[in-house]
Design a protein around this ligand. Structure first.
Ligand code: BG6
Length: 454
């Protein structure tokens, strides 16, 4: 394995930090989401705000050399478009410095679905170009502030989700009919923001690296029927390839553009947008990968937008094992997308989220035997090595998702990804103690030997 390969952990702020109302943090849309019988609120998460030294010690003990964090926009800029909140920014200064002290390279993501509440309520989130302006301003300030310490950047977590119905949950959208026009408009706005920030980063700080990032969930045809093959390809073109084309050329995929024209989509294309998109500058293609899917075209209504095929045609793959949460486990799918992405775009690829969510609880005494997790990561790291050494792909590193337990994206502590157990449940914070599971010691060995032995 390459000497400078990155091994690490990856999180979002609202799933990790807690301290939702401390030190001048203004509210994001997550702060007002109520708990339910089966989920927690987002207020405490795993309280990393106060426990980051301990968490970084654990990451160091696992021999990690990268930690991908997110800056919470509403923590550092009042209401997203107000004054800089020095106390909030100071938290990220402390966190980044504590990483560097341990030789853990930071990667910063600027947006992971947590729109400042005021901008969601008053401006309808990324529906508005004013929000794009506020976001770009925030992004520039963060890039300038951390440029001397943080080399690796991401603008949008799982950017392709803005080209699916998920967009209405993650972009600060509070008003509207969830139409395809609105979906395309929000996506276009975020793409303009990405292009501007990637351009700015390179103009001002040529040594820094900007990554595009998608949630890579490849769709296989459910059968070899040509219509299944056609729709699976089309779904992949809209959800995955379109964005990688935009990241690398600044142009929408021909097939997407043709669909936009034929369907008279109003996506707020304005004079100057073409030049803005053309200024895009991407250094690496990052993605999350958990599973693959299959697409059954018989279930997709005629004339449905390709962005929505999977809403209807999604099926599990009968040839694959499943996780506790019924997600297909597909290491070869991982190899396939690494190789495919590198073949197509010739940029280094970077899987920055991978992992398996399991139902786990701790009895207070015994080590949690998470052999399923060890097997999952072993198979996926091996698949990545096959993509590198047999298929010739260039890969920068491998980051696991939530390797210290955090609430799942549905705010549920019953679904855990960690090699370290965090002692809390949905409605009982207990002592938030960090307890290594069996996989902790496996990762420790693998990261120490740079992935040479799994
Ligand atoms: C990614 C998100 O899609 O997947 C994370 O970026 C999320 O926020 C992760 O937690 C795993 O998904 P889930 O729903 O199992 O937590």
């Amino acid at each position: 394995m390459p000497k400078d390969f990155f091994w690490g952990n990856s999180v979002s702020s609202m799933q990790t930090e807690g301290a939702w109302n401390l030190d001048g943090k203004s509210r994001s849309v997550y702060d007002v989401r109520p708990a339910t019988a089966t989920t927690t609120d987002w207020h405490d998460a795993i309280d990393e705000y106060h426990r980051y030294e301990e968490d970084l010690d654990l990451m160091k003990a696992m021999n990690m050399n990268m930690y991908r964090i997110q800056i919470s926009w509403s923590r550092v800029i009042k209401d997203g478009d107000g004054q800089l909140n020095e106390k909030g920014l100071a938290y990220y200064d402390r966190l980044v410095d504590a990483m560097l002290k341990r030789n853990i390279e930071p990667m910063i993501c600027l947006y992971h679905f947590d729109m400042p509440l005021k901008l969601a309520e008053q401006e309808n989130g990324f529906m508005s170009r004013r929000v794009v302006e506020a976001f770009v301003e925030y992004g520039k300030q963060m890039i300038d502030h951390f440029a001397d310490r943080v080399k690796y950047w991401i603008v949008f977590n799982e950017h392709n989700l803005y080209f699916t119905d998920e967009v209405f949950n993650i972009s600060g959208y509070t008003k509207g009919d969830r139409s395809i026009n609105d979906m395309y408009r929000i996506f276009h706005h975020t793409m303009l923001a990405y292009a501007r920030l990637s351009h700015y980063l390179h103009e001002k700080h040529p040594d820094l690296k900007m990554g595009g990032m998608i949630a890579y969930t490849p769709a296989y045809p459910a059968t070899s029927k040509p219509i299944d093959v056609y729709e699976a390809r089309k779904s992949n073109e809209f959800l995955n390839e379109n964005l990688n084309k935009l990241y690398t050329t600044g142009q929408y995929s021909n097939e997407v553009m043709s669909w936009i024209k034929n369907h008279e989509i109003d996506y707020d294309w304005q004079p100057g947008d073409e030049e803005t998109l053309a200024s895009v500058h991407t250094d690496y293609l990052a993605f999350s990968y958990y599973r693959s899917t299959t697409l059954n075209a018989d279930k997709v209504p005629a004339d449905e937008a390709p962005n929505r095929y999977l809403n209807y045609g999604f099926e599990n793959n009968r040839f694959l094992a499943k996780s506790d949460f019924d997600w297909d486990i597909d290491p070869l799918g991982f190899r396939n997308i690494i190789t495919h992405t590198y073949n197509c775009y010739h940029l280094p690829v970077f899987p920055i989220e991978n992992g398996i969510g399991c139902r786990e609880s701790w009895d207070g005494v015994h080590e949690i035997q998470d052999d399923v997790r060890i097997s999952y990561h072993r198979q996926h790291i091996q698949a990545m090595k096959d993509a590198m050494f047999e298929d010739g792909a260039e890969v920068l590193g491998y980051l696991g998702w939530g390797l210290i337990d955090i609430p799942s994206s549905h705010a549920d502590m019953n679904k855990r990804y960690g090699a370290v157990y965090v002692n809390r449940t949905n409605h009982d914070l207990k002592d938030l103690r960090r307890v290594p599971k069996k996989s902790f010691y496996w990762f420790q060995k693998v990261f120490k030997n740079n992935g040479d032995e799994l």
